[in-house]
Design a protein around this ligand. Sequence first.
Ligand code: FAD
Length: 650
Amino acid sequence: MIPPNPNVMRGVISTLNKGSYLTSIPEEGKGTWNNAKDMQEHYDYIVLGGGSAGCVVANRLAEDPEVKVLVLEAGYADDIMSSKTPAVFLLNVDNAVTDWQFKTTPQVHAGGRIMKQPRGKILGGTSSINAMMYHRGPASDYDEWESLGNPGWSYKDCLPYFKKSEGFNDPDLPPTHPRGPLTNRVRKPLYETFEPEYHGTEGPWQVSSHYLHGASEGFVRASIAEGVKFNKDFNGESTIGVNKIQTFIQRDGVRSSLSRAFLKPKGVVPGGGARGTIRVVLGADIRRVLVQMKGGVKMAYGVEFVDHNNVPRRVMAIREVLLCAGAFGSPHILLASGISPSPQPSIPHIHTLPGVGANLADHLGIGVVFRARNRCHVAHKDFGYGRSLPAYINYKLRGTGVLTSQIGEAVNFLRLEEFAPDFVAREKANGTYKERASGPNSPHIEIIFAPYYMKKHATIMPDDSKNYYTMIALLLNPCSTGTVKIAPKKGSKSVNGSSPEFETVIDPNYFSESFDIRVMAEAVKFMRKLARRMNQDPEVGGREVFPGESAVPDDDDTKLGEFVRNSAETYYHPTTTCRMGPSSDPLAVVDNRLRVHGIDRLRVIDASVMPKLPAAHTCAATVMIAERASDMIKEDWRVPSQSDPIAARL
Ligand SMILES: Cc1cc2nc3c(=O)[nH]c(=O)nc-3n(C[C@H](O)[C@H](O)[C@H](O)COP(=O)(O)OP(=O)(O)OC[C@H]3O[C@@H](n4cnc5c(N)ncnc54)[C@H](O)[C@@H]3O)c2cc1C
């Protein structure tokens, strides 16, 4: 996908698109970081992290004209091509300008590998660098959240909030629609099906269908031929089956990140009209939440951060501190604030919460690469001047074409007993089968089809890259769980009396349960079946090039297991590191209104609070959580009453 000659692309882009840059922005374009001039000492709410959840929360709270919201974000403005243009989103991964570039500890059950863990360090957070797949997951996963001791989080309760944020673009909407020009692209009505009762059309987050490569259609056909049922709408009644995935891409082909959807609309920034104000400070490195004892209660009252100019600052919250720093950032900030499982050296201990940083769950993916008969790669090494210029002009003028592909175009969601019944029977007979899915309609495996050479987060590209496609199997219900901890950063010093800097130590403990490996090995066999089908398709073809059937034969479980162990990578869905649960759950960090157990006026609102990793891509669920939390906060502050413990102390 990386264009062959970045200089050529850069030239084309800056000529056609003054003001936007490919992967980085010059100092003066970085955004509103110079807070010394106009930052206040107090805000009603301080949102820690201007990422996926943070942008939603800031917008919704500032619907109250009386309210002032401060958003502190470590990254910078998102007006860069690598974020805006779907097909080049992987340029953001491992890019110091947009990615935190986290790494895991050596993974002892995964060949000792140190693995990448990309996270967005940019306005919009990970929603500004991700693959834009809009997927909520099965209803029973949310019912399971409720059954784990979280009243109000069943699917029935969550659905209105999924719909609230969504601005679903029915492909038949007229070109005059207020959400911008409908592109002149050729529709693929066969794949752009949906169940309207499950979608919202008035929310700011745009969901639509865009590019579908011919090979991706071949994948859908091959899956159906292998017995996978066609799914009209993965976000509708059932999520099982095969189809094109819906995407959060605007009607004009630009990424609908949560910052673009919730912070950019006219009047939101910097807070005009009949709304409260939102002040966004970029380049803010949050060090800790400030907590004091008041009336025998521990209460969050502010935040300490180091600004873009390396100046330590403190800012106070009149109402609440809202931690939205993501599945790695939120436990990191809590631990650095002394809210942790046990006292840590050099950090004043404030409160003991054993669950902070525990329970880390993530989706691993195993990729198999195939060589197609014909050109099958959306943006490859021969994507030079001759093709990139017309593609770019087409994209800019019409919002159509190959640059609107988000690479993972079509997917299967599968149950094990459907694609590997013998395996299930064998494991059950041995007493080793582990059912982690929430119910019979929750999938075990997802297979993503990418018309693209996808190895090591797409950092490797062969010279003849144009003819490859990759299938990636994601393990949706992993048994293995890990931890997030912090450690003093080497060489870091306190800046003018600020708290010291810590490193985030991420140990997902991948494959600590060998059942996870055996399930993924079965998925590899099924991907090969699909590729054999595709090979019969004159349009596509499909000869395996990695790992190769002779190197890793289907009938050699040991070699298959080794391949999975040594090649699987994160597919980017870390969650549950500050999980929601009742106070009776020793590892719960927040209650069902997302308030931190034992600390007043502090909530966590992001992917870290999920009680269990859903069998889904995690952005839509994160946004739903942020919508719900915003309403809860408004409810808690609207009517002061003696029965409300927060309001009673006002
Ligand atoms: C490459 C990639 C592809 C993905 N593809 C998809 C997909 O297609 N569909 C999908 O549904 N999900 C996808 N995901 C996952 C999804 O994007 C995330 O689950 C979701 O965006 C998480 O939202 P969040 O609000 O929890 O965290 P984030 O969006 O990461 O927000 C956290 C914010 O806090 C900031 N922050 C953290 N620490 C600090 C600090 N100390 N000081 C200041 N600021 C701080 C961060 O910079 C960031 O902006 C993908 C993820 C990646 C990495």
